[in-house]
Design a protein around this ligand. Structure first.
Ligand code: ADP
Ligand code: MG
Length: 269
């Protein structure tokens, strides 16, 4: 099972859009995919139409609900209308977790433990993160094999990216192994100087960490989310859909290379 965190310490940069787009493309490609809504604002849950308030949510993983016996994690996972696409939703109560857990030690691996329980059921897990560094973000980064940082191509967004990368190096130190990252330029409008200048700056400053794929501003992406339909099932989003497909190919490359290398090793053995 591969787990990717989609995070940036800024709102409105395309985190939720990217999570749903990549998740729906993975599911359409045959992978059993779980989307986890780590953001108390619950945008992803609302987009997909699974409300955490009544169904249980990420909140319940943290054992603060007063249940004497922890719930089996599977009971919090919901199928969606789309084949192979499941959701573990968020709820507003998650906003209180930092206050409730602030002083308790050992709360950073709660999500990793929950995912270990789900590993037989899924090939891929995508974590839609909140824009703040707290217990939810720390859990997400601790549980991930890759970090995807959607970054809006405008000057003000670079500060959010820098904050995110600082948090990442702090968390990498505590997890003791590096977390590969991919910065994804989003909301790109080639007609504006601001977008072009920002993309050039991203490439200059962050080099290979920036994806080749650039996600354009595509009003059909907004239409799809307003209709509650993931991108893979919204053919009108041609430009956006193509860009997200290209991004997914790039993100899957390291895993493919590793599996080719391991089958080559097996063949040689
Ligand atoms: P975040 O999760 O980072 O807060 P969202 O994914 O919710 O950001 O995106 C913020 C808003 O921008 C949403 O209304 C979404 O539909 C819209 N949006 C995101 N990406 C695009 C895009 N490539 N083209 C057009 N609209 C987009
Ligand atoms: Mg969001």
């Amino acid at each position: 099972m591969q787990t990717w965190a989609i995070a940036n310490q800024k709102g409105g940069v395309g985190k939720t859009t990217t999570t749903v787009a990549l998740g729906s493309l993975l599911a359409a490609a045959g992978e059993r995919t779980l989307l986890i809504d780590m953001d108390p604002h619950a945008s992803l849950s609302g987009y997909i139409g699974v409300e955490g308030g009544t169904h249980g949510s990420v909140y319940d993983l943290f054992g603060t609900s007063g249940n004497a016996i922890p719930l089996p994690v599977r009971t919090l996972v919901h199928a969606t209308r789309w084949d192979r696409l499941s959701v573990l939703p968020a709820s507003a109560a998650m906003i209180t977790l930092d206050r409730q857990l602030g002083t308790r030690a050992g709360q950073g691996l709660v999500l990793s433990q929950a995912l270990a329980e789900l590993a037989p059921d899924f090939d891929h897990v995508l974590l839609d993160c909140p824009p703040t560094l707290g217990v939810l973000m720390v859990n997400a980064l601790a549980a991930s094999d890759r970090l995807v940082v959607p970054t809006q191509t405008e000057a003000l967004a670079l500060a959010g990216l820098e904050r995110m990368l600082r948090s990442l190096s702090m968390i990498e130190r505590s997890r003791g192994r590096p977390l590969p990252r991919t910065i994804v330029p989003t909301l790109y409008d080639a007609r504006t100087h601001a977008s072009r200048a920002c993309l050039a700056q991203l490439r200059e400053q962050y080099g290979d960490s920036v994806s080749e794929a650039v996600i354009p501003t595509d009003t059909q992406i907004r239409e799809a989310s307003a209709a509650g339909i993931p991108l893979a099932s919204w053919p009108a989003a041609k430009r956006g859909g193509m860009a997200y497909r290209q991004l997914l190919d790039e993100l899957r490359l390291p895993a493919r290379e590793a599996s080719v290398a391991s089958s080559a090793r097996d063949a040689a053995a």
